[in-house]
Ligand binder design. Structure first.
Ligand code: SF4
Length: 101
């Protein structure tokens, strides 16, 4: 067995749990623009966001809670053409603090 095969493995969830997040209260760095019916792109974020920041309201709209955002940029790219998401990096010192990689 090679050294690579013998290396201990950690689950993604375990690695993500090591990260810390500093919330910039009242200044979310990602906002969903007001809408009545979300596009398919925006709706897909409910399942695509690796941090589970997106959810659907009872009224059918999509909302985001940016706390815990990994700043991967997926939502920024997926909704680029529809313009439904306003995306900025958090202010310096806020946001995700990666512990591994
Ligand atoms: S940047 Fe990534 S982690 Fe953050 S809200 Fe968008 S998809 Fe989720």
């Amino acid at each position: 067995m090679s050294d690579v095969m013998a290396a201990p493995r950690a689950k993604v969830e375990e690695k993500l749990f090591q990260n810390r997040y500093l919330v910039d209260a009242g200044r979310p760095h990602i906002k969903v623009k007001p809408h009545t019916t979300p596009s398919a792109s925006l709706m897909s974020m409910v399942t695509l966001c690796p941090a589970g920041c997106y959810s659907q309201t009872e009224g059918g709209q999509v909302e985001v809670a940016a706390d815990g955002c990994l700043e991967c940029g997926t939502c920024r790219i997926v909704t680029r053409k529809t313009g439904e998401v306003e995306w900025n990096y958090p202010r310096g010192g806020f946001g995700v603090l990666y512990k591994f990689g």
